[in-house]
Design a binder for this molecule. Structure first.
Ligand code: ZN
Ligand code: ZN
Length: 476
C-alpha cells in the first residue's frame, strides 16, 4: 500500500538541531526532555510495539465482548511489563450489540445483482431470508428529513452524500449525520430498513460501519452501510431505471445480547507530588468487530503510553501521568462516561487524547491560549521543530475526555493529519500495515515533548491566574 512519507520528511527538515546545552543530561543523570523527544522521533519502538502486539495477539475488540476483555488484559499486561504503576481495570456494565454474520444486499429488479454491505451499530435484524422493498433515493439527510410523515411505509430509504478527505477530517461533520441519524429519521417515517452510502473517502468495496441511533419511541430498523463503489453503482441504477422501481432484498442478523461487562484500563507514572491533579492521556481500547483497529485506536494507545514512558526517562515528573484506555468508545462512549461518573470529584490538570490514526501531528490547539498564554506559547514553540503549527482553534478534547469537559478543565488537541483516516475508518482495512512507522514516531516525539512540559508544570494549567490579551494569531 502507499505510505504517506512526504509530510514527515517536511517535519524532519524543520526539526532544528538541539543546542549543545539541551543535549546535556538533566540533573540526576536523566535524559533531557528535548533530547528524549528527539530520540523518539529517530528511534521510538514503544508505540509500534504496543499497536503491533495488540493487533497481532488480540485483533478486533468489539465493545462489551470477550474480545474486548482480552484486549483489556493484553493492555494491562503491557503496561505492567513496561513499569506503569496502579494498573487496573475499572469495570462497567453496558447494553451490548453484536453484528451477527449475515450481511447481504441484493438488487432484485431491474438490474439484479449483489451489493456489499455491513450493518451499522444498533441496527435491528431483518427476518431470516431478508426483507424486500422499493428503494427511495435521498441525496442527503436533509432531503430525508423533508420527506412527508408516513411516506416511507414499507420502503427502504437510501441516503447518499459524498464524504471528501480533509486534513482536519472536517467533512465528517457533513457526511456523518447520514450514519448517525439517517436510520432513525427513516424509521420515524415508516421505512422498513435504511441503507447509506458508507461514510468514508476510499473507493474500495469496504463498507464503513459505525454507530447509528434511534430516537426515543422509535423502534430500531435494519440499517446498513454500503461500500462507496456499490453505492455509486446503485445511484447509476436510478439514472438508468427510467422510472421503474428499484427493489432491494436486505438480510442482516445483528442482535442485542443484553447487559455485559466492559471496562476502562488505567495505569500511572506516579509523580513526585501525587496530590497535584494528574495529566490525563486518553485513547480507546475497543474497535469495531470488522478490523483489528490499528488506526482506530490501537495506535493512539501506543502513542500515549510511549510518551508517558519517554517522559519517565527524563526523571520522575512533578505530576502523575495517568493513561486511560477507555472501553466501549465506538458504541456510545460508555467508558468515557463511566470514567467521568466514577472520578468526577478528582480534578484533572489537563486532558489529551489520541484517536485519529497515526499520521503526523500538524497543529497544536489548547483551550487556555487566552487564560494561560505563557504556557500555551511555551508548548507551541516546543513542538514547532517537529513541524507542528500553533493555532487559535480552541481545543475541545476527544471522545474519551468526558471527565475533563465535565470539570471544565484544560484540554489540548494535538491534531493529526487525517487526510487518509476516513479511507480506513471502521473498515476491514484498518490494519497494522497502514501505519507509517516514521509518522508514528513523530506523534510520539510531539507527545513526549508536550506531556513532559505539562507533567512538570507546577501552576494551574487552564488558568494560571492572569488573563492578558491573547497572542497575535489569526482567529479562524
Ligand atoms: Zn476511535
Ligand atoms: Zn472509531
Amino acid at each position: 500500500m502507499t505510505k504517506t512519507l512526504l509530510p514527515l520528511a517536511a517535519a524532519l527538515c524543520l526539526a532544528a538541531p538541539l543546542s549543545a546545552q539541551s543535549q546535556a543530561d538533566a540533573p540526576g543523570g536523566h535524559v533531557d526532555l528535548a533530547v528524549a523527544a528527539s530520540e523518539a522521533l529517530e528511534n521510538d519502538t514503544l508505540a509500534w510495539d504496543f499497536v503491533e502486539g495488540l493487533t497481532t495477539e488480540v485483533g478486533p475488540r468489539q465493545a462489551g465482548t470477550e474480545a474486548e476483555r482480552r484486549g483489556r488484559e493484553w493492555a494491562m499486561d503491557w503496561l505492567r511489563a513496561h513499569g506503569f504503576a496502579n494498573v487496573a481495570s475499572e469495570p462497567f456494565a453496558m447494553d451490548t450489540w453484536v453484528p451477527g454474520d449475515v450481511w447481504k444486499a441484493r438488487i432484485t429488479a431491474p438490474f439484479a445483482q449483489e451489493l456489499i454491505v455491513q450493518p451499522l451499530g444498533n441496527s435491528a435484524a431483518t427476518a431470516e431470508g431478508g426483507i424486500e422493498g422499493e428503494v427511495v433515493f435521498f441525496p442527503s439527510v436533509d432531503d430525508l428529513r423533508a420527506a412527508p410523515a408516513g411516506s416511507l411505509a414499507g420502503k427502504i430509504a437510501y441516503v447518499s452524500h459524498q464524504m471528501r478527505p480533509a486534513m482536519d477530517g472536517s467533512h465528517y461533520g457533513f457526511a456523518g449525520p447520514a450514519r448517525w441519524v439517517g436510520a432513525g429519521i427513516a424509521a420515524s417515517k415508516g421505512a422498513v430498513a435504511t441503507v447509506i452510502k458508507a461514510v468514508g473517502t476510499d473507493h474500495h468495496r469496504n463498507p464503513h460501519t459505525g454507530g447509528t441511533s434511534f430516537p426515543e419511541g422509535v423502534d430500531p430498523i435494519p440499517a446498513a452501510a454500503m461500500s462507496v463503489p456499490d453505492a455509486e453503482n446503485l445511484e447509476r441504477m436510478f439514472e438508468r431505471a427510467e422510472g421503474r422501481p428499484i427493489t432491494l432484498r436486505l438480510e442482516l442478523n445483528p442482535r442485542r445480547i443484553g447487559t455485559t461487562m466492559s471496562g476502562n484500563v488505567v495505569g500511572e507514572i506516579v509523580g513526585r507530588k501525587p496530590d497535584l491533579p494528574p495529566v490525563l492521556l486518553a485513547c480507546h481500547i475497543d474497535s469495531w468487530w470488522n478490523a483489528p483497529g490499528a488506526f482506530d485506536d490501537g495506535a493512539g494507545c501506543g502513542i500515549i503510553t510511549a510518551a508517558a514512558l519517554n517522559v519517565a526517562r527524563t526523571g520522575t515528573p512533578l505530576r502523575t501521568i495517568r493513561v486511560l484506555m477507555a472501553g466501549a468508545e465506538e458504541t456510545g462512549l460508555w467508558g468515557s462516561k463511566a470514567y467521568s461518573e466514577a472520578h468526577i470529584d478528582e480534578p484533572i490538570a489537563v486532558g489529551l487524547e489520541s484517536d485519529f490514526g497515526a499520521d503526523r501531528i500538524w497543529r497544536f490547539e489548547s483551550n487556555f491560549r487566552r487564560t494561560n498564554p505563557g504556557l500555551h506559547t511555551k508548548l507551541a514553540k516546543a513542538v514547532a521543530r517537529f513541524g507542528v503549527a500553533d493555532s487559535a482553534v480552541v481545543a475541545t478534547g476527544g471522545a474519551d475526555l468526558n471527565i475533563v469537559r465535565d470539570q471544565e478543565g484544560a484540554l489540548i488537541d494535538l491534531q493529526q493529519d487525517g487526510t487518509r483516516y476516513f479511507d480506513l475508518h471502521h473498515t476491514p482495512d484498518d490494519t497494522l500495515d497502514k501505519i507509517d512507522p516514521a509518522q508514528l514516531r513523530q506523534n510520539v516525539a510531539v507527545w513526549t515533548q508536550v506531556v513532559g512540559i505539562l507533567a512538570n508544570e507546577p501552576r494551574a494549567i487552564r488558568d494560571a491566574g492572569t488573563v492578558p490579551s491573547a497572542p497575535a494569531i489569526m482567529d479562524r
